[in-house]
Design a binder for this molecule. Sequence first.
Ligand SMILES: [Fe+2]
Length: 287
Amino acid sequence: MRDVNQFTVTEAVKSSFDTEDGSRFQFLLETFIEHLHDYVREVNLTHDEWMRMLNFLYDCGQISTPERHEYILLSDVLGLSALVDMINTRGGATEGSNLGPFYLDDAPVKELGADLAEGREGVSVLVEGVIRDTLGNPLPGATIDTWQADSSGTYPIQEQEQGQDKYDLRAKITADEQGRYYYTTVLPKPYTVPYDGPVGELLRAGNRHAWRAAHLHYIVRHPGMRSITTEVFFENAEYLDNDAVFGVRKSLIAKLEPVKKASAIDLPLERRPDAKVHFDFTLAPEG
Ligand SMILES: [Fe+2]
């Protein structure tokens, strides 16, 4: 390997790894090395630029905590998360979108029709729809796992020091025999992704803002079907066309309709919300 040069080094590095022939790991690693080396050759990377990149990654690690994963944020603002979501969406199924940093897998189980708002300030909304398979058949017993920001754009988990319960504004709800799900909550407001760290510096360097379009998060599941992780947005809302993490898809934008009369709600609710949002989910078979 003494005669290694800028053209042969790529092959030398690839073959230095003794990985299982034909394995996925080998494919991922070797392709990554190729693209990384091609990038360096293409841009003629200087020592200074190389060190600034490494220091940027170091800073991302330094600011990360169990509650704050700066690399996920980096992936989000670079559109990497969106791209992974896009290529993993199955034909006919609801498009995927960002998981984001605030998911908790042990959200409280709540009954169909529950009120997640529990007296919070804001526009009260009924969120309802049907969960179906790609042939249009309803999926009774499908579950939604939902979480969201409040009417000031904050997730309760971010304000635990101010006495908020991290499980507020989140729930797991099971659909009825017709595959219908419904619950009431407050309309979430837009919020900024954290921009006080290295990723924020990157955004500022590129004259980008940190705002996300307001959204509701979902993971929708049913046995035998491929789960989807996605977000639902609202028509005519701010930042739909320049969401900081590229999470918006046309098919994920729902109408927000005012509810003028209690009779407009064909669901067993004891309260009348200010508005309603209808969004149907479609799950593709597993495999
Ligand atoms: Fe979010």
